[in-house]
Ligand binder design. Structure first.
Ligand SMILES: [Zn+2]
Length: 117
């Protein structure tokens, strides 16, 4: 039981693994066990340009929702995917800052128009 992490690493390097459910040998490239259909790992997230634009738009215009994507991408081992996660976090911060600034500017403008009346 103590050797689990080193065993997992050597299995990943050799390209084969064992299904946690039925213990059938499976390839590490497999997302599902071919024997019993158990989920072996999360399928890698898409990093296509279209997907990136979609996520960036969500993180900018629906700021808090983008963070859900950010955490998923930051957990990926692919450095490209992690970069997307970082950009999403930055975009979310920028969007929220803008939102606060616009709200503040609008409130000021409203007070000024009230003062004029
Ligand atoms: Zn299985």
């Amino acid at each position: 039981m103590e050797n689990i992490s080193s065993e997992t690493i050597s299995r990943e390097n050799s390209g084969t693994s064992v299904c946690p459910k039925c213990h059938a040998p499976v390839s590490t490239t497999e997302n599902f066990c071919p024997q019993c259909g158990a989920k072996l790992k999360e399928p890698p997230l898409s990093i296509s340009v279209g997907r990136q634009i979609f996520i960036y738009l969500i993180s900018f215009f629906l700021a808090p929702f983008g963070l859900g994507y950010a955490f998923k991408y930051l957990k990926q081992s692919n450095p490209e995917a992690r970069k997307i996660g970082i950009i999403v976090v930055v975009l979310t911060v920028v969007a929220i800052t803008l939102m606060i600034w616009i709200t503040y500017a609008f409130t000021n403008w409203e007070f000024q128009s009230i003062n004029v009346l």
